[in-house]
Unconditional design. Structure first.
Length: 331
């Protein structure tokens, strides 16, 4: 759709849900691997509100792939998260077929920065970095306290299920790589046997957070949430890939001690550092497999999907190095 068509359809959808107004300043934002994101002002007589439109792909995750929420489920989860005290986006409208915009939703705009490198290294966020690990611990504790019975659309994945899914994705590409083979075997030999089934964001990391000078403002990108081991979220947040060159082991901005202490103080389960390290290692394997899949992605005619995805494929060795380094240095 052209921007003018999106603007007209969006205005009609919002008028149908409330007072008549006008869409102004519609522009598409960069970033986002699975969604198309637009910002705009919703102007009513005497007032104006900044909003975000996100349009998502209509297709569901194929069998054997990681679960992915549809737009309605994604919005419902964000609403439940806000009720649980998580700084999630405020959902204003869930798009319906009659709106003519495809799947998606409209949320409130949250001012702040999302670029991981800036948050980890820019001097403007030095004060925020002193708070972020604790704030992330508090937010994760709130996510993990959410009642699973209220979210029946979330898939339940045990650690063994996660391994079966990601190992299957790698086998689909028939790539032979000794480090990948070793990582798969190591994960299989160290699967947690004791864990509590909780709501898991599964992509809680630097780059999916909105931060200002005061710290955490909003948690984004809920579409791969699931029921699983809550230590997974802490492990993903500690991955070196998502530190963006920052010194802190947590997101490039903080310490594990601050994260763990704040998580437990806010009502999270007692942290199991060994299980966090397991999920950090497994997260590196998942990212390595994602690099393989992106790098080998092809169009219908067999040509590479894009130069950008080929470049991502070349990063395969980075998470594998992180995986092996973690095994070597972990207590």
């Amino acid at each position: 759709m052209q921007p003018a068509e999106i603007e007209a359809a969006l205005a009609a959808a919002l008028r149908g849900a409330g007072p008549a107004g006008e869409v102004r300043g519609l522009r598409r934002l960069t970033g986002g691997a699975t969604k198309e994101t637009w910002c705009f002002d919703w102007c009513l007589p005497g007032s104006s509100e900044a909003l975000i439109l996100q349009r998502s792909a209509a297709r569901a995750a194929p069998p054997g792939h990681p679960p992915r929420l549809d737009a309605g489920q994604d919005a419902a989860l964000m609403c439940a998260a806000r009720q649980a005290g998580v700084p999630a986006p405020v959902v204003r409208l869930v798009l319906q077929p009659q709106h003519g915009l495809g799947p998606g939703y409209v949320t409130g705009h949250v001012a702040g920065e999302t670029m991981g490198r800036k948050l980890a290294r820019d001097g403007a966020f030095a004060a925020a970095r002193g708070r972020l690990a604790r704030q992330c611990g508090e937010a994760l504790a709130a996510i993990h306290r959410m009642p699973t019975a209220d979210l029946p659309f979330l898939a339940r994945l045990a650690p063994a299920d996660e391994l079966a899914i990601y190992g299957g994705l790698l086998r689909d590409h028939a790539i032979a790589h000794p480090a990948l083979a070793y990582a798969l075997r190591w994960v299989g030999q160290h699967l947690p046997t004791q864990w509590d089934a909780r709501v898991v964001h599964a992509d809680f990391r630097n780059g999916n957070l909105i931060v200002d000078q005061q710290g955490l403002r909003c948690v984004l990108d809920w579409e791969i949430a699931r029921i699983g081991d809550p230590m997974q979220d802490l492990g993903v947040l500690c991955m070196r890939t998502w530190r963006f060159g920052g010194a802190g082991e947590v997101g490039g901005f903080g310490t594990r001690e601050d994260l763990y202490a704040a998580y437990e103080a806010a009502g999270g389960a007692p942290v199991d550092p060994a299980r966090v390290r397991f999920w950090e290692a497994f997260g590196n394997l998942k990212w390595a497999i994602a690099c393989v899949r992106r790098g080998l992605g092809a169009r219908a005619d067999g040509r590479p999907a894009s130069l950008e995805l080929c470049a991502v494929g070349r990063r395969l060795e980075e998470p594998l190095w992180d995986f092996l380094s973690l095994l070597e240095t972990a207590p």
